[in-house]
Structure formats: C-alpha cells, structure tokens
Write a protein that binds this ligand. Structure first.
Ligand SMILES: [Zn+2]
Length: 241
C-alpha cells in the first residue's frame, strides 16, 4: 500500500515507513521503532517547539510501550510515566513496570510540578476530560504546555458516546467503540467523538491556550487522517492597560 524511506523523528535516523492498510493513522508504521504517524507528529512537534525537551520535567499519562513514549522515558531524566491503576494507591509507583499510579482527573502531583504534560490518544477515553484538563493545567509550571493528540473526527460539535452515571455505572449513549489499550487487552471505551468545539471547550476548562499543529510530511513518515497535535500553553497574562 505504501513503503517509503525517510527520517523518523523518533529514531532520529533514516528508516522506512510501511502501511498495508489505507488507514494510515493506525497502519503507517516505522519499521525500526514501530511508531504510528501521530506519535511521529508529536515527537516532531516537541523537537520544533521544545528542542531542549530532554532537560525538562515531563509527565506522560498512559504511555505506549513503543515510539515516542519509550523515547521520552529513555532519554529524559525528568520523565514520569503514569497509568490509571486503581489496584495501586494513587501516587505510588508500580513495582514491575515502574509507572506511577495516577487518576488523570484527580492527580496527586504538586502544583506546577512539570514543564510538559504529554497525552497520546487519551482524552477521547476520559469520562471527565474537563477535570483532567484542569488538573493538567494545575500541574504545569507557567510557560509549560500540555502536548497531546486526540482524534477530532467531527466537523460539527463534539458528541458524547458514553458517560458515568451517578451510581458509577457506565451509560452508553451510542454503540460502544473501543481502541487498543497498552495495559488492558479489552481496549479502552471511546467516551467522546470530538469536533471543532474541543479546543475552545478544553481551553475554557483548563485556562490554557491551545495551538493546533498540523504536519503533513512524508519525508518524516507523518501522513495520516486526524493527525493534529495540540499544544496547550500555560501563559501568564501580565499586560496592564
Ligand atoms: Zn522510527
């Protein structure tokens, strides 16, 4: 379907990008690091806007066992990865995989603890993305940013597919859709199909200011549907009139 040579922003080396399915978002893989286009787009965004990312304090929620997540974990001494793992007290580190147990919507991290927070295709699975966005903003230092991917398939307003009722039970508002989850074979339920209102809505919840980065560059293996990277900055407003 596609087999092209290029410079992978995760490998930071020549590689090949191969897809055997026309849906590049899930199938255009780097043959060396196994990354997806959205992971290469996120890494290219970090190289461009935060070239000193290796020296920063980074929190990534729900890292993947490949691609950009592994690179950040290996090369950034200030990196902390976390998973939602209620079997372990929140704030404690899992003894085997070394990831911290955190509820993204109610984090135990101190205020302004990080320079960057990374989430890759997490927000479409959250029941309370408003709380998660506010918590991410709380844990960011001024000047920091939440750099993330989340598919925005709708041209109109976002549509909720599932929510959690007052009794804690999941209520399906549409046919359940699941995406792959690195620590759960059954996959993650999609709670929201986002539309163009996602950015202003999340900015309103977090107080952050979002820029959408769209890269289409086959020489870096970055070509796919729904491949935007969002950079939500914590900006201190100091202008006085
Ligand atoms: Zn690669």
């Amino acid at each position: 379907m596609l087999d092209v040579a290029g410079l992978c922003p995760i490998c930071e080396a020549e590689s090949r990008f191969v897809a055997r399915d026309p849906w590049f978002r899930d199938h255009l893989l780097c043959v060396q690091c196994g990354s997806l286009p959205r992971e290469r787009a996120l890494m290219a965004t970090l190289h461009r806007f935060y070239p000193h990312w290796r020296e920063l304090r980074i929190h990534e929620s729900s890292p993947a066992p490949r691609g950009a997540s592994l690179k950040l974990r290996r090369e950034c001494p200030g990196y902390i990865g976390s998973h939602y793992e209620p079997s372990i007290p929140f704030g404690e580190v899992h003894p085997e995989h070394g990831l911290r147990s955190e509820d993204l919507e109610r984090q135990t991290f101190a205020d302004e603890r990080f320079d960057l927070v990374i989430t890759q295709d997490v927000f479409e699975h959250l029941f309370r993305p408003d709380l998660a966005a506010a918590e991410i903003a709380r844990t960011l230092a001024v000047g920091g940013a939440h750099v993330f991917t989340a598919p925005m398939p709708l041209q109109g307003p976002s549509v909720r597919r599932a929510r959690r009722g007052e009794d804690g039970e999941i209520e399906h508002l549409d046919v359940p859709v699941y995406h792959g989850n690195p620590i759960d074979d059954s996959g993650s339920l999609v709670t929201i199909d986002y539309g163009l209102d996602m950015v202003p809505w999340l900015d309103g919840c977090s107080g952050l200011t979002t820029t959408i980065v769209m890269i289409d560059d086959l020489s870096q293996g970055i070509r796919a549907e729904l491949n935007e990277v969002l950079v939500s900055r914590k900006i201190a407003a100091r202008l006085e009139i």
